[in-house]
Design a protein around this ligand. Structure first.
Ligand SMILES: [Ca+2]
Ligand SMILES: [Ca+2]
Length: 130
């Protein structure tokens, strides 16, 4: 009986995955940067999230599956009181996502990043992508 040997050739593919955060805004991929709740802020009388950083380009927000159909505003945080920049507002249904385009003008400060947060008149969950 002739023994037939089988050879298995494993191909190694060198995959180049842009992974440094410095390239995050320019790689054409939505990078998850965080998720958080809209919590009632008694000082201001509305709900807000924590800020999430962006390197510029586009920035996207997505509502949670239980987050109500409502208006959501995006702001950019700066030091001091009443210095935050208003980016824009959008009406979103549960699970909707919305990209804010060309937000480079909000990149500032010593970290050369923008710090975005969302405000609303209701609670909920927001996911952020850069
Ligand atoms: Ca800032
Ligand atoms: Ca600013």
């Amino acid at each position: 009986m002739k023994k037939i040997g089988m050879s298995i050739v494993a191909f190694a593919f060198a995959m180049t995955i842009p992974f440094s955060s410095a390239e995050a805004s320019g790689n054409g991929i939505w990078d998850f940067v965080g998720a958080g709740g809209l919590w009632y802020n008694s000082s201001y009388g509305f709900y807000n999230t924590w800020a999430h950083n962006s390197w510029g380009g586009d920035f996207m927000i997505k509502t949670g599956s239980d987050t109500p159909n409502a208006k959501y505003k995006l702001w950019e945080s700066d030091p001091g009181s009443n210095n935050d920049d208003y980016v824009g507002a959008v009406f979103l249904a549960p699970g909707d996502e919305y990209p804010f385009r060309n937000i480079n003008r909000f990149v500032d400060g010593s970290n050369n990043q923008a710090e975005f947060y969302v405000t609303a008149n209701n609670g909920g969950e927001i996911t952020f992508y850069d």
